[in-house]
Design a protein around this ligand. Structure first.
Ligand code: AMP
Ligand code: MG
Length: 350
């Protein structure tokens, strides 16, 4: 299959491109499209055969459910069996935006989408191309991140092409994703709302609107054997570049000192070393390929650069990435949630 990439510069002028994409999706095909979080791999959420093609293109395990994307709040009604009052408040406050809400599902949502769960994950993306595409289709679009399963999520159309060439007919290019990390996944089916996956809508933002909010124990820790996870995606290795990743946690001076020591040791073994630094520390590293996430006081900026930095290390063919731990408040929680998974939970304390 030939994969075409079509750039959307002006939504009004390029509306015919969106129409082509929606025609493919209506015919049961899979199309990659931009959102503000990461690029998605979309198909008709109400057609199990189309949804099956997403799993196939990604190589995604069938027990990992998909997020259903809508363009209007009222699109949610027929997908769910119950609308909790808290959900109404959240949709008002954060949609369109990087917040996915878990609802009890209605019978029209195929089991394939929810991996057999009786709940469904729904969000309204804050991206004009995504919203127009959903509108044009006239039905909700199921979409996971448009990467091969286990690999780093794509934040540009070029990233999608690297993973999906020959596997899907069309990629819509809407430029770089502004948030750069996947949405926050919030479970509202328990008494107290629980963040299953942190993202662009932060714990602090949710607490302001909802009061008490919990963070699932597996956000920064591996799932212990035998524990039943609420979000199946949490048990899989994720976001992994080809290089091994090692995170160093502690006081900033200690982190820099240890990374410099490790860099020397690995380089002496003939390994090509990458260092994931911050603006405050970049000048303090002596050797290695140093990439800067952003300033430590700007977690949203660091978040938006994380996945492209990990891909860049792959392009530079580094063997090991030494990464600094960053503060886990605000978007920092989402950054470290992705980083510890990229590192296979390899964290050194200093
Ligand atoms: P992705 O679309 O690749 O960003 O992954 C979607 C994430 O949402 C995964 O971590 C899923 O496990 C999670 N998810 C989707 N549907 C549900 C659901 N019904 N309950 C809990 N987690 C879900
Ligand atoms: Mg994903």
């Amino acid at each position: 299959m030939k994969t075409r990439v079509l750039k959307i510069n002006d939504l009004q002028r390029d509306v015919n491109i969106i129409e082509q994409a929606s025609e493919l999706i209506r015919a049961g095909q899979v199309v990659a499209f931009p959102t503000e979080t990461v690029y998605g791999l979309g198909a008709n959420a109400l057609d199990p055969r189309a949804v099956e093609k997403i799993f196939k293109a990604k190589g995604r395990p069938g027990d990992n459910p998909l997020i259903v994307h809508v363009s209007k709040t009222r699109d949610v009604d027929r997908l769910i069996s119950e609308l909790p009052p808290k959900a109404r408040v959240l949709m008002e406050a954060f949609w369109p935006g990087p917040l996915t809400i878990i609802f009890k599902k209605s019978p029209i949502v195929p089991d394939k989408v929810t991996a057999g769960l009786n709940t469904v994950a729904i969000r309204m993306p804050n991206h004009p191309v995504a919203l127009k595409l959903i509108d044009c289709c006239g039905f909700p679009i199921a979409a996971p991140s448009a990467n091969r399963s286990g690999h780093i999520s794509p934040t540009t159309a070029q990233h999608v092409l690297e993973d999906m060439e020959g596997r899907i007919p069309l990629i819509l290019d809407g430029g770089k994703c502004s948030v750069g990390l996947e949405s926050t996944v919030l479970d509202l089916t328990a008494q107290i709302p629980v963040i299953l996956r942190p993202g662009g809508v932060t714990l602090e933002m949710l607490q302001e609107v909802l009061g008490e909010v919990r963070v699932d124990i597996n956000v920064l820790k591996p799932v212990s054997d035998g524990r039943k996870v609420k979000s199946p995606g949490m048990k899989y290795t994720h976001y992994a570049p080809r290089a091994q990743v090692l995170i160093v946690r502690g006081k900033l001076d200690g982190i820099v000192e240890r990374i410099n020591e490790l860099a020397e040791e690995y380089a002496a073994q003939g390994m090509k070393v990458g260092i994931l630094a911050t603006r405050e520390t970049r000048e303090r590293y002596g050797i290695g390929e140093v990439l800067v996430l952003g300033g430590r006081t700007q977690p949203a900026v660091m978040a938006s650069n994380l996945f492209s930095a990990l891909r860049e290390f792959d392009d530079r063919a580094v063997d090991i990435v030494l990464a600094e731990w960053v503060d886990t408040s605000n978007e920092g929680l989402a950054i470290m949630n992705r980083m510890v998974r990229a590192a296979g939970f390899n964290v050194i304390d200093v």
